[in-house]
Design a protein around this ligand. Structure first.
Ligand code: BTN
Length: 242
């Protein structure tokens, strides 16, 4: 079922995630409220980074959900968001990979980033899912190692892509609400970058090779090192080396 979206469209804002979060602190915000902006002046990325894209060319938006799921399943909000982006790209003929936790890559270049910010009480009361998807931008600083939909296929209307993406987000959210964790994890693994393969990683001390076994129950990255030791990592503690 397609939810009843409430769409707030802005020209310029610091960050759609911050805007939506503040809005929810000042008044009751309905589930499936979507805030989209043409330009972010202080877009937030993971691990305190910033998200920079060319104004007007790309999708930068946030969605508010009230999942009421057990906090131990918080990572599934990352999973459903990544799957929604993956499927939207796949419909456009673009094969992508989900790099843990939820970067979307095409041929090892980043096409989308996702920032999930949860308010946790007894359950997950509120989740703000922020998505930055590179759509019609044709040039990127080489240091960003980024790509976009137009560079992989052709020009597409931002609103069409966003509508498709929100539809898929609703679809996977429905699976989450039905507690269909098994299927969601299976789908995540089937599109996960380096799943069951050997990759090169950096843990802040040394570079090493390991097999990417998947994720733990709480979404930590699980690696099997060359000495067969199985180690788990939080996002701030591990880097993929390309
Ligand atoms: C990352 O890959 O580091 C995550 C990037 C998330 C960017 C999006 S753009 C819309 C939303 N608002 C923000 O400030 N950040 C997210």
């Amino acid at each position: 079922m397609i939810p009843d979206f409430k769409h707030i469209k802005l020209k310029k804002i610091a960050s759609t995630n911050v805007y939506l979060h503040h809005l929810s602190e000042t008044k009751k915000v309905k589930e499936w409220t979507v805030v989209t902006t043409q330009e972010q002046t202080n877009g937030k990325g993971q691990k305190g980074s910033t998200w920079q894209t060319k104004p007007g060319d790309n999708l930068t938006f946030s969605v508010l959900l009230n999942p009421e799921v057990d906090p131990k399943h918080a990572f599934y909000l990352n999973i459903i968001s990544a799957l929604a982006v993956y499927k939207t790209l796949s419909d456009l003929g673009i094969e992508s990979k989900i790099k843990w936790p939820n970067d979307i890559l095409v041929n090892k270049q980043k096409i989308a980033g996702i920032l999930v910010e949860n308010q946790i009480g007894f359950n997950i009361k509120q989740s703000v899912i922020g998505i930055g998807l590179n759509v019609n931008q044709t040039e990127f600083k080489s240091s960003l190692n980024a790509t976009s939909i137009i560079l992989k296929t052709q020009y597409v209307e931002l609103l069409n892509v966003q509508t498709q993406l929100l539809g898929y987000l609703a679809f996977y959210y429905n699976l989450l609400q039905q507690s269909n964790f098994k299927l969601l994890l299976k789908l995540y693994y089937s599109h996960m970058y380096l799943f069951n393969e050997i990759g090169c990683f950096y843990d802040g001390k040394s570079k090493f090779k390991a097999i990417l076994l998947g994720i733990t129950d709480v979404g930590l990255l699980k690696l099997k090192k060359q000495d067969n030791q199985i180690c788990t990592y939080d996002i701030k503690d591990i880097k993929f080396i390309f």
